[in-house]
Design a protein. Sequence first.
Length: 263
Amino acid sequence: TLLPSEFPDIDGFEIASYSEAAKEVGGDYFDFVEVDNDTLGIVVADVSGKGGPGSLVMTMIRTALRTEARGNKNAADVLARVNDFVINDMKRGMFVTVFYIILDSHSRTINYASAGHNPMILYRGSTKQTYYLNPSGFPVGIQLPDISLFENKIESDSIRLREDDLLVLYTDGITEAMNPKRELYRDERFLDAIRKNAHFDVTDFITQVRDDIKKHTQGFPQNDDITYVAVKEKLMKGEVIYSIQKELFRLIEEDGIAAKEAC
């Protein structure tokens, strides 16, 4: 019930996700967070514990992230604040890996940071190639000899997507999914599935990749949760600026709104 049931509407981006718990209460978590009216945060996380204790930790992470993300467009700073928020309340030995991205619909930039999580995958539509984006960072809640190490280690970076580019955030339950012969799905098959299906819209993309995972596992019970979120760029920066300018002129010329207020 912590997982979102609806997808946010943000100009120029298509978003879809899939999550399947290995047990009744899962240890994977994803969420959408409103940073401001034009900016959206997306998080994918994996807690070290499962069941009830894991879900309680995820509840803390969810609360902390939604508190610290508001108005903050630096992904690394948000995760550092989340770590400060929860570190004293987490049981020793438990930790959470987190990947957090911030979509800015005006600048068309994406700022991202990782707290010890799997790298984010970037698919470039123009070259049909995949790339790992893997900034440094310790997992949230891990006991470090110096509390400042978390903030000093974590890094954020920014990219700008081109039309039909795709980002995939995921947990390791995908690459470690096993079939009855206990053979892993593995990273390369996952990358291959992304490249083969990236031309679909994100909803169909999610379905195609899910079906490929299930084709591999053949119904074999999984030991870990499976979660992934896909984000696809559908607008170029110039188109966005044009639409903003068009709306600005409409407010001034048709609605008679003062230029300052319209801006």
